[in-house]
Design a protein around this ligand. Structure first.
Ligand code: F6R
Length: 244
């Protein structure tokens, strides 16, 4: 695993955005696996800025997002589809029909997941997967204890995740309790993985996930077994990592 220590959130975002833009420049028709959450927001702003300057072209890029709440439509301002449109896709020249997010409105979980796995397969696989890290070590919505061998599936969210996400909803009772997510197996099949972390609140889980044992109790720990992972973090999130 390559570890890049950045001065602060802005510089972490720039460094991760640099890796993503290198991917697009080297392979314009690439497949990006994308994440929502607060950590990647700075990356998306940076990529938008470079696009506006004429340095990046997304016209041939396909994007496949990690996850979506079950039960929310893309128009709901708390859905991950809405997040991606309003924080990224609406500002770049990616073709909307080439952007994929699991279908939150599909009630038949098995169908929703089967179709999403098909989309990943037909795209030729993810070239670069961007990940954030949950406070309990989750990646996507793969909560502690999930089997490593799953592809896209429906999950019941851990109470800590519902609580962490409640800040985005008017009331905790409105936070969906289930989601569709790419599984660990899908994530591990990406050719390249970039995981971004910032803030002191992530310092402890960063140490456990990347310097402790590989265990389903900390889903992100499985990334230690992938052969092309780059961890980009700010000083606070990497404060327990020595020798950087
Ligand atoms: C988002 C996702 C989640 C987040 C994680 C960290 O699509 O799959 O795993 O990456 O919850 O969220 P933030 O960045 O808000 O700390």
């Amino acid at each position: 695993m390559r570890i890049i220590k950045a001065e602060d959130y802005y510089s972490m975002s720039r460094m991760a955005a640099n890796i993503i833009s290198a991917q697009i420049i080297m392979k314009p028709r690439c497949v990006l696996g994308l994440a929502t959450g607060s950590t990647p927001l700075g990356i998306y702003s940076q990529l938008i800025e470079w696009y506006k300057k004429g340095d990046l072209d997304f016209s041939e890029v396909t994007s496949i997002n990690l996850d979506e709440y079950k039960g929310l439509s893309g128009d709901n301002d708390q859905s991950y589809r809405y997040f991606m449109n309003t924080n990224f896709f609406d500002y770049i020249n990616i073709l909307k029909e080439n952007t994929y997010v699991p279908n939150g409105l599909e009630e038949d979980s098995e169908k929703a997941c089967r179709e999403y796995n098909q989309i990943i397969l037909q795209s030729g696989g993810v070239d670069l997967q961007l990940l954030g890290l949950g406070n309990n070590g989750h990646i996507g919505f793969n909560e502690p204890g999930e089997a490593f061998e799953k592809e896209t599936h429906c999950v019941k969210l851990a109470e800590s995740t519902v609580k962490a996400n409640a800040r985005f909803f008017a009331d905790e009772s409105l936070v969906p309790k289930e989601a569709y997510t790419m599984g660990i197996k899908s994530i591990m099949q990406a050719k390249k993985i970039v995981i971004v972390v910032n803030g002191e609140g992530k310092a402890d889980i960063v140490k456990q996930a990347f310097f402790g044992p590989v265990t389903p109790k900390i889903p992100a720990s499985v990334l230690q077994l992938h052969n092309d992972v780059t961890l980009v973090g700010d000083q606070e999130a990497l404060k327990y990592i020595e020798g950087l």
